[in-house]
Design a protein around this ligand. Structure first.
Ligand code: SF4
Ligand code: SF4
Length: 83
């Protein structure tokens, strides 16, 4: 099955400079495709992402944003916004 995120070519990405690792985004994700790490969420299963925007909407720090490529590794996410 192809994920909706793959169809629209948008995945949530992390701006680690803003994230406080509160975990709200991980908790609200309906498909559990986000995993908690010490520096914030990691999109561990991008193929399961529905592009529903729940994680982006709930973030109190505006630390998540749409990106046109899925992250390749947790280190990629932790490096912060690159666009
Ligand atoms: S909701 Fe925002 S601040 Fe909290 S862990 Fe997720 S990205 Fe970080
Ligand atoms: S967009 Fe929706 S499905 Fe994708 S990671 Fe965020 S909450 Fe989960």
């Amino acid at each position: 099955m192809i994920s909706l995120a793959a169809v629209v070519q948008q995945w949530p990405a992390l701006d680690s400079r803003r994230c406080t690792a509160c975990g709200l985004c991980v908790t609200i994700c309906p498909t559990r495709c986000l995993s908690a790490t010490p520096w914030g969420p990691w999109l561990a299963r991008p193929l399961d992402c529905l592009a529903c925007a729940a994680c982006i909407s709930i973030c109190p720090q505006q630390a998540l944003y749409w990106r046109s490529i899925p992250p390749e590794s947790p280190e990629d996410e932790s490096s912060g916004r690159t666009e």
